[in-house]
Structure formats: structure tokens, C-alpha cells
Design a protein around this ligand. Structure first.
Ligand SMILES: Nc1nc2ccc(CNc3ccc(C(=O)NCCCC(=O)O)cc3)cc2c(=O)[nH]1
Length: 202
């Protein structure tokens, strides 16, 4: 399956997916053929170029509306024959129209055990919430942020004295396993998103 990864920054999850899909031993059903960033000059773009993957910037500030930005992204995905979209630290909320077009084909990774701590700062909220276990969630993208069907989750302990940095590092380590495995499930058609929004294991 032809995969595009949308990023806004360093792209550490992008690197994990590049390493996974490029490793012949994994016999991956996914091939990352396009990386799109909404911000120029971010490390994720260099990671793509180093891996020989087509990378481009679609700057949301250059578009008059969210719809027009999303339409430009959609056009780029169609032009590249994309079948699966992965959001890897992509920080723009996507419009319902775009999400509907990619229903059941778009994955996101979130740094908490959803439905706990939805939104832009899952790690900080877990620390402030005083939880002893948190982790990451890979889910299908639905119009309402961080509510799509859950595919995989990985748990990590929260230790006394943890800071956002130490906890983020522990979560990133499991993200780099969870995202490639969820991508593999979708690319090899072992999972599907049902019409009712529930996950179907085939
Ligand atoms: N419709 C839809 N789109 C998404 C876009 C990105 C992410 C990644 N996780 C994200 C979760 C939250 C945010 C957020 O609140 N950012 C601050 C506002 C930025 C802006 O103005 O756009 C961004 C990404 C998830 C979703 C999702 O679940 N559904």
C-alpha cells in the first residue's frame, strides 16, 4: 500500500515508520512514498529526503481557509496515488470533509491512553492528572479530534519525579513500536473501519 505521512515537526514517528517499512525482514505491506509538512524547515523533511522519499511543504498560512489548505493536501495525496495517510505529530485539525474522504484510511498516534487526555497536550495532562499508567494510542482519524476507533495501545508507567521530558521519552519509545504495527495491520488488510465507526478484525 502507498502511504503518505503528514508531519509538522521533527518526525521521530516518521523515522520509526521509515525504518520499519524499509527493513526487508519485516516484509512490510506498506511503502512510504510521500511526506507532507505544513511547516518548512522541520527535521522530518530532512529524514524523508535522507530516506529518498518525496517530501514537500504545504504551508497552511498560504491558504485563505482550512478547506482550501485541506483541498491542497488532498490533491497532493491523490496525485501520488496514496492509499493510507498517517498523521505523525501533525498539528493542524483537519476538516470534516477531508476526514470523510479518508475515512478508514487515515491513522493518528496520540501520546495518551485514549479516551483519557484528548487534545493537544496528552502528556502534560497525564502528569497533572497524577495517573500511574499512561501510554500511546493509534486510532483511525474521525472528525471529532482523538475520538476515532482505537487500533493499538501501549502502556508505560509514570514514575514519581517524572517530568514532561522523561515521560515523553518513555512514551515515544513505545510509540515507535505501536505506530508501525498499526500501519501494518491496516496495510495488510487485517483491520477495517466499519460503517458504524467500530473496528473490524478480519
Ligand atoms: N479531524 C481531525 N483532525 C485531526 C488532526 C490532527 C490530529 C492529531 N492530533 C491533534 C490533536 C489536537 C490538536 C490541537 O488541538 N491543535 C491546536 C489547534 C491547531 C489548529 O488550529 O488546527 C492538533 C492535533 C488529530 C485529528 C483528529 O482526530 N481529527
Amino acid at each position: 500500500k502507498r502511504v503518505a505521512v503528514l508531519i509538522s515537526g521533527s518526525g521521530t514517528n516518521l523515522q520509526a515508520m521509515i525504518d520499519h517499512t524499509k527493513n526487508p525482514g519485516n516484509k512490510s505491506a506498506a511503502e512510504i512514498v510521500l511526506v507532507i509538512s505544513n511547516k518548512a524547515g522541520v527535521k522530518g523533511l530532512e529524514r524523508a529526503q535522507t530516506a529518498g522519499i518525496n517530501a514537500r511543504v504545504i504551508d497552511h498560512k498560504k491558504y485563505k481557509s482550512r478547506d482550501e489548505f485541506d483541498a491542497a493536501v488532498h490533491e497532493a495525496l491523490l496525485a501520488a496515488g496514496i492509499e493510507i495517510v498517517c498523521l505523525a505529530g501533525f498539528m493542524r485539525i483537519l476538516t470534516e470533509g477531508f476526514v470523510t474522504k479518508w475515512q478508514g484510511k487515515m491513522l493518528n498516534i496520540h501520546p495518551s491512553l485514549l479516551p483519557s487526555f484528548r487534545g493537544a497536550d496528552g502528556i502534560k495532562m497525564a502528569l497533572e492528572g497524577g495517573v500511574r499508567v499512561t501510554g500511546c494510542t493509534v486510532h483511525f482519524v474521525a472528525a471529532e479530534v482523538d475520538t476515532g476507533a482505537i487500533i493499538t495501545q501501549e502502556a508505560v508507567p509514570v514514575y514519581p519525579g517524572d517530568t514532561e521530558e522523561t515521560l515523553a521519552q518513555r512514551i515515544h519509545a513505545v510509540e515507535h513500536k505501536a505506530f508501525p504495527s498499526a500501519l501494518e495491520l491496516l496495510a495488510s488488510e487485517r483491520i477495517e473501519l466499519q460503517e458504524d465507526g467500530k473496528l473490524l478484525w478480519k
